[in-house]
Design a protein around this ligand. Structure first.
Ligand SMILES: [Zn+2]
Length: 232
């Protein structure tokens, strides 16, 4: 195996490590809660809070209404008990009962309104919880698959790093340094294959003489992009 061939093999390993590392980043990011999931959680939380508010409000209004009803009932009992004979007191009682009647009517309206709001809040809370459960289940299934892929990628990258170490050992240290510098400069591609008479690094033509020399195992550079030519 020529040095260029070994470098080409090393580049294949490096490319695979780079691609798998990139995929690993995506896979890790993909396990973060999605915007859809966050929105569904927020909707459910808001729905729960709103529902609790209306439950409290409805309960308080009902207590208020019941208290007014009790008060009115007591006043009526007293009015018809025959114990009150003073005309002024009787008139006051009657007046009080009428006033309470109006307040009870208003309180009943408020209870009814709160009841409607409460029912709406219950409907929304149910819908929000169902939607969240569905989105959460989808996300969990997706995250579980990504977790499996993450483990596979991590293992694969670990193995490839071992392969790379072994490959690098067989390469002259100056060649290795040059290769690594070229990798950085040339967008992760230091060695370019040649198809017919074209450098696949830059798609420009290589002279027949250069191709011949490269095939003889010499280290030849593309005159246009500066990559090392691998003429196979
Ligand atoms: Zn080139």
């Amino acid at each position: 195996m020529t040095q260029v061939h070994q470098l080409y093999k090393l580049q294949e390993t490096d490319t695979e490590i780079r691609e798998k590392t990139q995929r690993l980043r995506e896979v890790l990011a993909g396990q973060q809660p999605s915007a859809e999931l966050l929105a569904a959680r927020e909707r459910r939380d808001t729905a729960v809070t709103t529902l609790q508010e209306w439950q409290t409000r409805h309960k308080n209004l009902r207590l208020e209404m019941e208290s007014l009803r009790r008060e009115a009932k007591n006043a009526e009992t007293r009015l018809y008990s025959g114990k009150v004979t003073n005309p002024k007191e009787l008139a006051d009682l009657q007046h009080k009962i009428e006033s309470l009647g109006r307040r009870i009517e208003k309180a009943e309206e408020k209870v009814l309104e709160a009841m409607i709001m409460l029912e709406d809040a219950e409907t929304e809370e149910t819908a929000a919880a169902e939607s969240l459960a569905e989105i959460e289940a989808d996300w969990e299934a997706k995250a579980a698959l990504l977790k499996i892929e993450q483990n596979e990628l991590a293992l694969s990258i670990h193995k490839l790093n071992g392969v790379r170490q072994e490959q690098a050992k067989t390469i002259d240290s100056r060649d290795l340094k040059e290769y690594e510098a070229l990798m950085k400069k040339k967008n992760g591609k230091a060695i370019a294959r040649v198809r017919a008479d074209t450098c696949l690094g830059c798609r420009l033509t290589i002279s027949a003489n250069k191709i011949k020399e490269a095939r003889e195992g010499k280290k030849i550079y593309c005159g246009s992009c500066g990559r090392i030519l691998y003429p196979y």
